[in-house]
Design a protein around this ligand. Structure first.
Ligand code: ZN
Ligand code: ZN
Length: 181
């Protein structure tokens, strides 16, 4: 959604923003292989107002993604919600004033309009969990038969790696003795 900068006044204005899922899909590089796909539009409730030559936006953005669980590899619905608290400065002015380049709460714009959609995308992506899990207690896949352990108990025994565990050194000694004796 584009905002005409000149139309923003010091009076706080409430905006309801809806960005179609396709735009989020573009941003995510959405294809059949992606672990993260757009699951719905972005909806944002924002307040916008002017402070001197700059703009402030403040509110919340939310959306749904289709994610793939890192443990069981099943797709799941991932609701995301993020605060959007940004200071928007005209790019040349921000540079001239020495505003912090790496200040995450600062965004710059050029020209007479600002597109608020990318700002909302960025804040939502920052809110992604570090591990994508369908649920915290996901039991994942059996390392032996590959069954989804959330859905079935496959009956495979837990994998034992030869040469480890408390009895390994005893077994080693016994075989060594057998060999020599
Ligand atoms: Zn899972
Ligand atoms: Zn199994």
């Amino acid at each position: 959604m584009r905002i005409v900068v000149a139309n923003v006044t010091e009076e706080r204005r409430q905006l309801e923003l809806a960005v179609p899922a396709e735009r989020l899909a573009e941003r995510l590089g959405d294809d059949d292989e992606s672990e993260l796909r757009a699951g719905g539009p972005i909806q944002a409730s924002l307040e916008i107002y002017r402070v001197g030559e700059d703009l402030v936006i403040s509110g919340t953005a939310r959306t749904h993604l289709r994610a793939v669980c890192a443990r069981c590899v099943e797709p799941f619905d991932l609701p995301l919600e993020a605060p959007v608290e940004m200071f928007l400065a005209e790019k040349a002015r921000a540079a001239a004033e020495g505003f912090g380049e790496d200040d995450v709460a600062l965004a710059t714009f050029t020209g007479e309009e600002v597109d608020l959609a990318p700002l909302c995308f960025d804040q939502l992506l920052l809110a992604l969990p570090s591990r994508l899990l369908c649920r915290e207690a996901c039991r994942g896949l059996c390392p032996q038969c590959g069954d989804n352990l959330n859905l079935t108990t496959c009956g495979c025994r837990p994998a034992t790696i030869p040469g480890t565990g408390p009895l390994a050194s005893l077994a080693e000694q016994l075989t060594a003795r057998g060999r020599h004796g």
